[in-house]
Design a protein around this ligand. Structure first.
Ligand code: NAD
Ligand code: GLY
Length: 359
């Protein structure tokens, strides 16, 4: 097991990465304020891992109450969130009861938001079971739900007490979901670390085959980069926005196509190609750089061409982006491979060219 820390003063917390972590009560129990937890999961993950986690905790004297939600991005909404509150109130969960998220980013984002709201804040723990959630969504405290008009539009910054990324759980993940996680891993190379980008180019086959050493290193390096960025700018006053490379375009794809049609990571993959093309149009990176980014996204098994939403729809959905300031769209683009910038100065004709017929 490897451990790193998200450094946020008195809200700092460890991320443990390794195998067999679902059996490790010793990594969870010290973070509980009382020996009671509610485990939020979904109908897909529950049959795979809920019993194992429950056995681990009950053997350590912890009372466990399961909350099993419907599965899917389309359920990341108020109605499903309310099911968590219904269950917590019915079970008489208290403010010191801990909420545990067992699942992918959808379960993690909703559980974290429920924890931020229930009795104005109860502790929560992330046990991410998808590659995407192990490298991104479980770390950094962004929680929330979707609105029909925009992705992740309602939520809170609320940090977990500990993150447990058990890499064994990835063995049951469908290949399409694995690829979606690889999109966020590629993102870290593009925005922050060109050496990691080169490492990914050399190890993509191993990653897709779930080679244990390669996966563990990719998760560790991704979490290191995310922890560093979040440690510098927890509430996205500035640099944290670079973690959204490809997301302005990607969120428009997700909302425009209907939640769940394109996986979040798939939309981010195609969105990163659009961001790279926009960066090229601004003269910051070369056509060869764009081709290199595209090749890696393809090698990860991701779509590299966005759907044609129509310019008006693109602009409409991108206008709901959380980076919009005073009504002006802001984009995360690439100054070079391994270095991102946040800019509000993308001329309309450049955007029109890139989005008119995505290619
Ligand atoms: P997801 O949560 O929908 O999980 C993908 C699918 O895999 C689901 O069907 C799920 O039930 C299933 N699953 C989960 N673990 C499994 C396992 N071990 N074996 C088999 N199946 C398993 O999707 P995701 O890609 O994990 O997360 C995407 C969500 O994360 C989006 O809503 C996105 O907005 C959010 N996100 C949040 C942040 C953040 O900082 N909070 C960052 C990135 C993404
Ligand atoms: N996934 C973007 C962030 O956590 O800031």
């Amino acid at each position: 097991m490897q451990t790193l820390t998200v450094d946020l003063g008195d809200r700092s917390y460890p991320i443990h990465i390794g195998t067999g972590l679902l059996d490790r009560a010793d990594l969870i129990v010290p973070h509980l304020a009382q020996p009671r937890v509610a485990v939020v999961t979904n109908t897909t993950v529950a049959p795979l891992y809920l019993e194992r986690l429950t056995d681990t905790l009950t053997a350590a004297g912890v009372a466990v109450h399961p909350i099993v939600l419907p599965d899917g991005e389309a359920y990341k909404n108020w109605e499903t969130l309310n099911l968590i509150f219904d269950a917590l109130l019915t079970w008489r969960a208290e403010r010191k009861t801990t909420l545990i998220a067992l699942g992918g980013g959808v379960v993690g984002d909703m559980t974290g938001f429920a924890a931020a709201c229930y009795q104005r804040g109860m502790p929560f723990i992330q046990i991410p079971t998808t590659l995407l959630s192990q490298v991104d969504s479980s770390v950094g405290g962004k929680t929330g739900i979707n609105h029909p008009l925009g992705k992740n539009m309602v939520g809170a910054f609320y940090q977990p007490k500990v993150v447990l990324a058990d890499t064994d759980t990835l063995k049951t993940l469908p290949p399409r979901e694995l690829s979606a996680g690889l999109a966020e891993i590629i993102k870290y190379g593009l925005i922050w670390d060109v050496d990691f980008l080169a490492w990914l180019e050399g190890h993509m086959d191993k990653l897709r085959a779930l080679d244990a050493d390669a996966i563990a290193y990719a998760i560790l390096r991704s979490c290191e980069i995310k922890a560093q960025v979040v440690g510098e700018d927890e509430r996205e006053g500035g640099i944290r926005a670079i973690l959204n490379l490809g997301h302005t375009f990607g969120h428009a794809i997700e909302t425009g196509m209907g939640y769940g049609k394109w996986l979040h990571g798939e939309a981010v993959g195609a969105g990163m190609v659009l961001a790279a093309q926009t960066s090229e149009r601004l003269g910051w990176i070369t056509a060869a750089d764009v081709a290199r980014a595209r090749a890696l996204i393809q090698a990860a098994g991701l779509p590299d061409v966005a759907p044609d939403l129509g310019l008006a729809t693109w602009l409409d959905y991108m206008g709901h982006d959380k980076k919009v300031e005073s009504g002006k769209l802001r984009f995360v683009l690439l100054k070079k491979l391994g270095e991102a910038v946040i800019t509000g100065d993308v001329p309309r004709d450049v955007l029109t060219d890139v989005l008119a017929t995505p290619h």
